[in-house]
Unconditional design. Structure first.
Length: 242
C-alpha cells in the first residue's frame, strides 16, 4: 500500500496547480495594470476572526480583506488563519530583497550577478521592476493555520527552511499534508491564488495573481497611502518564512 505521508489529494493538487503556476519577472511585467483605487482597510478591525501577528502591518485592499474573512469562515470549526505579512512598504521589501541577495552572494561567491538575482527573485519579489511586489500593493497575504488549541499547525515537518517552502513539497509528514490541504482549500475557495514556491503566500488582483490564473490585466498596483497610520507605522521585525 502506498504510504499516505506524502500524498496530496489529487483533486486538490490539480486545483492548486491551476492557480499556482510559474511567475517569471518578464511575465509579471507584461501584465497591464489598471489600478482601481480601492482603499486599504485595517484587517485587525475588518477581519476580527483572523489572528494578526504583532509585527504585521495590518492593511489589505478591501476586497482582499473580504476574501480573507471568507477563507476564515471556510475552515473547519475551531481552526483559524494567522496572518504574518499583509501590506509591505517599499522600503521593507527592498531591505528583505537586498539582505537575501547579500546572504547568497556571501554563500556562493562564484555565482554570477544574474544567477544571484534569479535565485533571490524566487523568494523575494524585486522592488525595481514595473510590476510592484504583491505585498506592496496590499493584494497579497502570508497566512498560516492555527489549530483549535491555538497552536500553530504542523505544516513543514520533517522538512526545514526553504526545502519546506513549495506548496506541494515532497516528503512532508501526514499531518503537514493534511494541514496544508485545509489551508489550500479555504484560500482557494475564497478566490485567492497561491505562489507555488511559498505555501503561505496568497494574493488576489495583483500581477502575480494575474500570471497564475492566466489574466492579462490586474486591478491593484502601488496603493495611495492616505492614512497617516499606514505611512508612519513600521514593522519592527517583519515575519517571513522560513
Amino acid at each position: 500500500m502506498r504510504p499516505r505521508s506524502t500524498v496530496f489529494s489529487l483533486e486538490l493538487a490539480a486545483q492548486l496547480q491551476a492557480v499556482s503556476g510559474p511567475e517569471p519577472i518578464a511575465a509579471l511585467n507584461r501584465i497591464k495594470e489598471r489600478e482601481c483605487g480601492e482603499p486599504l482597510v485595517n484587517i485587525r478591525r475588518y477581519c476580527p476572526r483572523v489572528r494578526i501577528a504583532r509585527t504585521c502591518l495590518p492593511y489589505l485592499r478591501r476586497t482582499v480583506a473580504e476574501k480573507l474573512s471568507v477563507a476564515q469562515a471556510a475552515l473547519p470549526p475551531g481552526y483559524k488563519l494567522r496572518v504574518t505579512t499583509a501590506l509591505r512598504k517599499k522600503e521593507t521589501q527592498q531591505a528583505l530583497f537586498d539582505t537575501y541577495f547579500a546572504e547568497l552572494s556571501e554563500k556562493h561567491p562564484n555565482w554570477s550577478y544574474a544567477t544571484l538575482r534569479r535565485q533571490t527573485c524566487r523568494f523575494f519579489a524585486p522592488y525595481d521592476q514595473p510590476a510592484p511586489p504583491g505585498h506592496c500593493t496590499g493584494a497579497a497575504v502570508d497566512v498560516h493555520l492555527l489549530l483549535p488549541s491555538g497552536r500553530q499547525a504542523e505544516m513543514r515537518k520533517p522538512l526545514t527552511g526553504w526545502k519546506a517552502a513549495r506548496s506541494l513539497a515532497h516528503g512532508l509528514s501526514e499531518k503537514s499534508v493534511r494541514h496544508r490541504e485545509i489551508l489550500f482549500a479555504a484560500m482557494l475557495a475564497a478566490g485567492f491564488s497561491n505562489c507555488a514556491e511559498e505555501f503561505w503566500h496568497y494574493s488576489y488582483g495583483d500581477a502575480g495573481w494575474a500570471v497564475r490564473v492566466g489574466e492579462q490585466e490586474c486591478v491593484y498596483g502601488w496603493p495611495t497611502l492616505r492614512e497617516n497610520s499606514i505611512v508612519v507605522l513600521e514593522q519592527t521585525k517583519p515575519e517571513y518564512c522560513p
